[in-house]
Design a protein around this ligand. Structure first.
Ligand code: PRX
Length: 646
């Protein structure tokens, strides 16, 4: 989505309105009366009330410092583990389904013991409060265990998605100044064992200073540990039975760092705080996902991204529910997998992505319909816009027409949902993400920074602070999208966070998301900066210039790279192979372009800016938009004929 397309994207409100089923409304965690008068900021007290505080806070929000719950003290594991021991120590906290058909479960008591042993182990390694621990692990139970163990001793964790390469891991460890790494001997990719030891070794060479590495045995492979390395199981066993008192953290202290893509070539580190973030993750799990302690709850996100932090680990465990974790991904090992799991575990709440839903649609309704889905009460989606058709399919064929579907809009920087329907309160509008949640305020503004009317496209901004906001948003570095000079002036607001998304609002306040307006691509729900990928491509010998765009593969988004070579007649196949390898090395396999198009020149404006909008049109097989302002309009036709023939 480019700026000049925004104004064209004006549509009326979503055509359909669907009331939440009466049976759901009766039992919903939050009713219309509960939120009828939600006063900002004092009513955020209600979110904080979902946690266990060891020191009461002085105020809900300090407008001067932009801090939430200042003066308050707590430990995240006090809320997620200790306080559940009284009433639900024998209830399952985690149920893990591995790719090889294994199942492991942890009751709240077992999880508490495991986390304590690992917290003691961390201490024995010399990890203290505020030391950053990096985790580079697939979805195995050790990942949430180590996250919680870090939280218990006040050491912020930094989870790096397991798909990231050695270079990307080293860069993130260096940014965080992290000297401790939890990794694994390997993982399973669609059933095949893939060793990751070389990747870890390569990364550690590039990390400044010594690194202590703890290796989780996932493959059971033979490997030799270095002097500074430990085997996870042995280390944990050496501390089994030990308890570690949870360290009191200030509400404003760091809980963790998460990495995402921004508009520069470097990864963007986002900091979440202990009190504000946790209260917000718990509140939105309660109010939007309607999570209850007796539920079995399944969010399919990888814990390596923010959704897994807020809605696999912290929110649901703070509420004392049973969390299902799955290693394989919803399309592995078979098309029956998601439905078998829902039936076998009697899943109550199923939270997934539009990409997964489109895959389910392709497979056909006969798969879910063959299984018992009567346990389902609520469905949710996150990560990208969902089309009204995919929404309806999910609602009818998975929810059987009697589970509300919440389309939750949020970002790494926001910590938790900001736009959604409250499932027991609001009508749903397929295709619209929903409204600003109670206590949150959103606006869509035009180029001049003032709100545009209903149905008109513009920039989505959030104009009240909320407890889940990343520290960077409180301290002024809040330009998620563009540089301050480039962003629309937001002087119409006392405070506003420009989200980097384009959107429009309808008369009823429902927001429809149109996509990113900055140089960040959303590929199957993962944010990737064009600069990050382009600089990896530009490092390849023989590449003069590159531009990447996202392309719609019949619903799921992939990457298209356009490259102009230094040499007039390069071997396109070997150049494409070198580019794929360079991206895989710098970022990871998941960022590899699906297609590399070699072209003599890239389309540019008279000032020399690459016009990605045209490249996106071409990649998507659409008629390219206006080329009159180009300094080299002829290249558009040349690129088209090199892809599609004359
Ligand atoms: O463009 C929006 C899209 O994902 C971006 C945030 O990506 P990330 O920080 O990786 O977090 C993903 C999980 C929260 C947003 O700027 N996005 C997220 N949810 C939705 C969405 N787009 C449309 N509808 C959504 N429900």
């Amino acid at each position: 989505m480019r700026d000049d397309d925004l104004a064209l994207n004006t549509r009326g409100p979503a055509d359909e309105r669907i009331e939440p089923p009466a049976s759901f409304v009766e039992q919903a965690n939050v009713s219309g009366a509960d939120v009828a008068e939600f006063e900002h900021p004092e009513d955020w007290d209600r979110a904080a009330a979902l946690l266990e505080w060891t020191t009461p806070y002085d105020a809900v929000f300090d407008e001067e410092t932009m801090e939430w719950f200042p003066g308050g003290g707590l430990n995240a594991t006090g809320s997620c583990l200790d306080r559940h021991l009284d009433r639900r120590k024998n209830q399952r906290a985690l149920v893990w389904e591995g790719q090889r058909g294994e199942t492991r479960t942890y009751t709240y008591l077992e999880l508490y013991r495991e986390v304590n042993a690992v917290a003691a182990a961390l201490r024995s390694l010399g990890v203290g409060e505020d030391d950053v621990v990096t985790l580079h692990l697939p979805v195995v139970p050790e990942l949430p265990v180590v996250m919680l163990a870090c939280a218990r001793i006040g050491a912020p964790h930094a989870v790096v998605f397991a798909g990231y390469s050695a270079d990307a891991l080293a860069e993130r460890m260096n940014t965080a100044g992290s000297a401790v790494l939890f990794t694994c001997d390997g993982y399973y990719r669609r059933g095949d064992a893939v060793s990751s030891l070389t990747r870890t070794e390569t990364a550690c060479v590039d990390v400044e200073g010594d690194v202590t590495t703890v290796v989780v045995d996932r493959l059971g492979s033979d490997y030799t540990l270095g002097d500074e390395d430990y085997q996870y199981g042995a280390l944990r066993d050496a501390h089994a039975g030990e308890t570690v008192d949870p360290v009191e953290r200030a509400a404003t202290d760091d809980l963790f760092y998460s990495y995402t893509s921004g508009t520069t070539g470097a990864p963007k580190r986002v900091t979440h705080t202990t009190g504000g973030y946790l209260a917000y993750a718990a509140w939105t799990s309660h109010a939007v996902l309607d999570v209850k302690p007796r539920d079995t709850y399944w969010c399919t996100a990888d814990i390596g991204w923010i959704t897994g932090h807020s809605y696999v680990v912290y929110g649901p465990l703070a509420l004392g529910t049973t969390v299902l974790l799955q290693e394989g991904g919803t399309d592995f090992p078979s098309r029956r997998t998601p439905w078998e799991l829902i039936e076998r575990h009697a899943v109550d709440v199923f939270y997934t992505s539009p990409t997964a839903i489109r895959t389910f649609m392709k497979w056909g309704p006969e798969y879910p319909e063959r299984y018992d889905r009567s346990s389902l009460r609520l469905l949710g989606t996150v990560g990208e816009p969902i089309s009204p058709q995919a929404w309806q399919w999910f609602y009818e064929h998975v929810g059987g027409g009697d589970c509300p579907v919440v389309d939750t809009w949020w970002q790494t920087e926001t910590g938790g949902h900001l736009l959604a329907t409250l499932p027991g309160v609001h009508d749903m509008k397929p295709g619209a993400a929903g409204m600003a949640l109670p206590g949150v305020s959103a606006a869509v503004v035009g180029e001049d920074g003032t709100p545009v009317g209903p149905g008109r496209g513009g920039y989505l901004v959030i104009d009240t602070p909320w407890p889940g906001m990343a520290r960077e948003l409180s301290t002024g570095e809040r330009w998620a999208g563009r540089t301050e000079e480039e962003a629309p002036p937001l002087s119409a607001f006392e405070w506003a966070y420009p989200t980097g998304d384009g959107a429009f609002v309808d008369e009823d306040g429902y927001v429809t998301i149109l996509g990113r307006v900055d140089d960040v691509l959303n590929v199957s729900g993962h944010r990737l900066g064009t600069m990050e990928i382009e600089s990896a491509i530009a490092s390849v010998d023989g590449v003069a210039e590159a531009a990447v765009v996202d392309v719609d593969h019949g619903g799921s988004r992939g990457l298209f790279a356009y490259v102009s070579p230094t040499d007039n007649s390069p071997d396109a196949d070997s150049l494409a192979a070198a580019i794929g390898a360079a991206v895989e090395n710098a970022i990871g396999r998941f960022a590899r372009p699906d297609e590399v198009v070699v072209t003599a020149e890239l389309p540019k404006t008279s000032s020399g800016k690459i016009v990605r909008r045209l490249l996106t049109d071409i990649a998507n097989g659409e008629e390219p938009g206006d080329t009159s302002a180009l300094r080299n309009p002829e290249v558009v036709g040349e690129i088209e004929s090199s892809i599609f023939g004359d």
